[in-house]
Design a protein around this ligand. Sequence first.
Ligand code: KIV
Length: 273
Amino acid sequence: MTGALREKPKKITTHVLQEMKLHGEKITMLTAYDFSLARILDSSGIDVILVGDSASNVMAGYMTTIPITLNEMIYYASAVVRGVKRALVVVDLPFGTYQGNSKEALNSAIRIMKETGAGAVKLEGGEEIQESVERILSAGIPVMGHLGLTPQSIHKFGTYVVRATDKDEADKLVKDAHILEDTGCFSIVLEKIPALLGEKVAREVKIPIIGIGAGKGVDGQILVTHDMLGVTQEFSPRFLRRYHNLFTEIRGAVENYITDVKKCDFPNEREQY
Ligand code: KIV
């Protein structure tokens, strides 16, 4: 960190994130999909909470982010917002609710803002969704972009490998980042791209760039909380640092509970009325 805001802001806004970039203070972002976890993240001092469509994988057990619906995102997001006092809450527009039809995109974003109380929405894509981004912004709704590996396009990519390793794709990504900035996005997530490219984009655009597998030269980092806490086990990309092994810890606790109940050790005298 090369600098930090002198006073901790009471509430994180898009303006505060911009200030953090200007001061060289890294932005921290994690995902949440429920009230209890959101409350823990917020009390830890996280800057931004993303109600990601990764809920499709993590909460609902689907293989991709494609199946999750707008109603489901609204259900998760409103629970998260109820648990948050300080962080900026950003909600993913799910697949099929904004691509190709800017009026539908606006209606989806309005539903998210009205029915959840979140502070912003996130959309995947660049030039091809520019009209949708413009229309949402025209209603006063802050928009975060998402470039690089965009999981809603997994059937086009065919694989979750690192994106933009060739010049054409890298050039398009840089161009898209400028388009999103010029259109009025307040920030962009870059997923799974070479570190040098992440650094270049963060240097060239003025809005904060948040990376997930985009190296250390960007303005902030996001991880899926269930991955970094080790609740999920099957997913181990190079960019993922695990801070805990909750799968094993929770399983151990549940095994102890089962043992205690089976041997009539729980509840004991002090645990009953
Ligand atoms: O849905 C999600 O969790 C995301 C992050 C991986 C950036 O989009």
